[in-house]
Design a protein around this ligand. Structure first.
Ligand code: URA
Length: 411
């Protein structure tokens, strides 16, 4: 007698993005153990009935430490510098408990919206000290059952111009931060800021993820310096720049040259639609530029890109529900993506951000952790078009949430 394979759980009739027809997915020990058209096995069964299974959304750029601040500051900030100033004033009063409470609210929204991996940027400077970092470290520990949280520390208010920021950054990296970021455009010496971030990254062997080129004037930028430092440090594939809205202001031939440069240096771009659309082009009285870099077109030119959440309900962005599916839909809409490009827009919140974060075990494939979320639709294209409900999620084979389909009460 041939023994039936034993799984802890089997998903029946799952549509995945790589299978032409529905498949069964067998889970054992928290990992994907088998994928086949029909698994004959003994296991708890979840029948997806032809619904789309994804390995979860990957958010490469969110700010948990300064989320959900609107009740505290009203909202009359109309520029990037006003937003930075407003948070700067508030963060002196942030406590570990306060950052934890606001961050957990956003993480729980993200989990139930299908996010399974996330990189949060955390401000480190003499005003907040390491309190924000302590809080997100606790969030990482307490939500590990549902989401892998990675911490990228950065000096939001400058490095060379902010005495004490460097030492605190190094302290956070000594205490487990997994990536280092920066914000050269606020520094009195942007190139020194960039060089120091790369030196620190090399010293701690961590990836770099910068806030960069966040305006619509393409007559100057820091992108070339970042590419140069990436090459100097041999950091191809380990560097990302967030916003890069200047790219949206380039005519096609200059954009092509910029994408060739980014691709050859191995520098990735993260587009943050909610904030980019909200903060850019505000001084225009009509025909306002949207300031949104067309990530899916850069991908077609060989640049690794992601679309991410950035800020949630704070002076940088007064909206937000931490749903990356909604963000990809917003992106597709604002970037004039055609229906034939919707799948590429879904890539921007799934496979591509996983590559940007150098995650080696992401995807619905045998051997990977059983991170699976189920969407109430049947294809990647329809996921972007319909904004379906995310019905349930699993982390390492354990169910983390479930959403009931709405019931209509007909008369
Ligand atoms: O959009 C932005 C820019 C800088 N810092 C942020 O937190 N958000």
């Amino acid at each position: 007698m041939i023994a039936k394979p034993a799984f802890d759980l089997v998903f029946r009739n799952a549509v995945t993005r790589s299978s032409a027809a529905a498949v069964d997915i067998g889970i054992a020990g928290g990992r994907i153990a088998a994928i086949a058209p029909r698994l004959v096995c003994e296991a708890v069964e979840v029948d997806l009935n032809g619904r789309l299974a994804l390995p979860g959304f990957v958010d490469t750029h969110i700010h948990l430490d300064k989320a959900c601040l609107l009740g505290r500051c009203g909202h009359d900030h109309a520029s990037l510098s006003e937003a930075i100033r407003a948070v700067s004033a508030m963060k002196r009063d942030f406590t570990v408990e306060d950052v934890y409470a606001r961050g957990s609210k956003v993480i729980e929204r993200a989990i139930t919206a299908g996010t399974t991996r996330m990189r949060t940027h955390v401000e480190i400077d003499p005003r907040i000290g390491l309190r924000g970092f302590e809080a997100v470290k606790a969030l990482k520990r307490d939500y590990a059952w549902a989401l892998d949280l990675s911490l990228c520390v950065f000096p939001q208010e400058g490095l060379t111009n902010d005495p004490g920021a460097d030492e605190l950054l190094v302290a956070a990296l000594n205490d487990g931060a997994e990536a280092v970021g920066g914000c050269p455009y606020v520094d009195s010496d942007p190139n020194a800021h960039i060089a120091r971030i790369f030196d620190v990254a090399q010293e701690f062997d961590v990836d770099v993820d910068l806030h960069l080129d966040f305006d619509l004037d393409p007559s100057w930028w820091h992108m070339e310096e970042v590419c140069r430092q990436t090459e100097r440090c041999n950091y191809h594939g380990r560097v990302a720049i967030g916003h890069a809205t200047k790219l949206s202001a380039l005519p096609p031939e200059r954009l092509k040259a910029a994408s060739t440069r980014l691709a050859e240096a191995g520098v990735a771009v993260t587009v943050l639609p909610a904030t980019d659309l909200y903060l850019m082009g505000r001084d225009a009285t009509h025909n306002a530029p949207r300031g949104l870099t067309a990530a899916h077109r850069l991908v077609a030119d060989g640049v690794l890109c992601s679309v991410a959440t950035n800020n949630v309900q704070n002076p940088f962005t007064p909206f937000g529900d931490a749903s990356l599916l909604r963000m990809a839909n917003l992106y597709a809409n604002a970037a004039h993506a055609g229906i034939g490009e919707f799948d590429a827009c879904l890539d921007l919140v799934t496979d591509l951000p996983a590559r940007l974060m150098n995650l080696k075990d992401y995807g619905i494939a045998v051997g990977n952790p059983a991170d699976i979320v189920v969407l109430d639709t049947d294809s990647g294209t329809n996921a972007i078009a319909e904004l379906p409900d995310v019905l349930m999620g699993f982390k390492r084979g354990r169910k983390t949430f479930e959403r009931q389909r709405p019931t209509l009460f007909r008369p």
